[in-house]
Ligand binder design. Structure first.
Ligand code: MN
Length: 253
C-alpha cells in the first residue's frame, strides 16, 4: 500500500496573508499536503493567549492561489486548537509556524505568537516547529530561512521530536552559513515608553523596547545568528525549574 503523503498544518502570527507564511507553506509543500490555519490579522507578540469570551470564526480562503486555508479571527494558539479540533479531516503529521517577520531568539520566545502556535502543536501531541527571520521587513530575503526550514522539516519527519519539546528555528535574512544547535540566549527588553496626548487631552503611552543581551558566553541562539548561521533550539512548555526543584526537595517547609 502506498504511504499517504504527510499532512502539514501551517500557521503564524503575522496573519494569513503575510509573505512569511506563504514561503513556509511552499517549503512544507515539498514534503506533503499543506493546510493553512492562521489569524486573519496581525497577532504578533500575543504570546500563548487564547480567546474565551468571543466566538471564533474561520473563513475559508486560498493563499497565493494554491494553498487551502482558513483565516481565523483569533490568536495563533486558537488557530492550532481549532484546526486540530474542527477544521482538519485527518490529524497533521507536523505543525509549522512562521516564517515570522522578526526574531524569535532569546526572550522573544516568551512573547511570540509564532512560537506559541508551534507550542500548541506540541501540547496537542504533534511534532512542531517555529520558524522566524530576524529581519522585520515584510519583503526580507527569506532564502536562508527557507533553506533552514527545509533541512529541519526533513530532519523532523525522519527523526520525530521528543514529547513535550518544540523546535525553534531562527535565521538571518539572505544566504545562510548553515544550521547550528543552540540554547536560548539570556536577554530581555528594557522598556521605554513614549508619552503622548490624544485629541481629547488624555495621556497615552507607546511601548518601544530596547533588546538587551545579558550574557557574553557565546553559543546562544543570538550568537549563532550574529555569525550568519540559523539557530535551532529545542524548547519546552514545562516551566518547572527541575534543577532547583531537585535541590529544594531536601528542604523541609
Ligand atoms: Mn510576528
Amino acid at each position: 500500500m502506498r504511504k499517504q503523503r504527510p499532512l502539514i498544518l501551517v500557521s503564524n502570527d503575522d496573519g494569513i496573508f503575510s509573505n512569511g507564511i506563504r514561503a513556509l507553506a511552499e517549503v512544507a509543500s515539498t514534503f506533503g499536503d499543506v493546510m493553512i490555519v492562521a489569524p486573519d490579522r496581525q497577532q504578533s507578540a500575543v504570546g500563548h493567549a487564547i480567546t474565551v469570551s468571543t466566538p471564533l470564526r474561520a473563513q475559508k480562503t486560498m493563499v497565493a492561489g494554491i494553498f487551502t486555508g482558513h483565516a481565523v479571527n483569533g490568536t495563533p494558539a486558537d488557530c492550532i486548537k481549532l484546526a486540530h479540533n474542527q477544521l482538519m479531516d485527518r490529524k497533521p503529521d507536523l505543525v509549522v509556524s512562521g516564517i515570522n517577520h522578526g526574531s524569535n531568539a532569546g526572550i522573544n520566545i516568551l512573547y511570540s505568537g509564532t512560537v506559541s502556535a508551534a507550542t500548541e502543536g506540541t501540547i496537542l501531541g504533534y511534532p512542531s516547529l517555529a520558524v522566524s527571520c530576524t529581519d522585520f521587513s515584510e519583503d526580507a530575503d527569506l532564502s536562508g530561512c527557507r533553506e533552514a526550514a527545509h533541512k529541519v522539516i526533513d530532519y523532523i519527519l525522519k527523526n520525530g521530536v521528543d514529547r513535550g519539546v518544540t523546535f525553534n528555528l531562527n535565521a538571518p535574512a539572505g544566504p545562510l552559513k548553515g544550521v547550528r544547535w543552540a540554547r536560548q540566549g539570556e536577554s530581555r527588553y528594557v522598556e521605554e515608553f513614549e508619552g503622548r496626548v490624544d485629541p481629547y487631552n488624555r495621556d497615552y503611552y507607546w511601548m518601544t523596547g530596547k533588546f538587551e543581551m545579558l550574557e557574553q558566553d557565546g553559543g546562544s541562539d543570538i550568537d549563532m545568528i550574529e555569525q550568519g548561521f540559523a539557530s535551532l533550539t529545542p524548547i519546552q512548555y514545562d516551566l518547572t525549574s527541575h534543577k532547583l526543584l531537585e535541590k529544594l526537595s531536601e528542604t523541609v517547609l
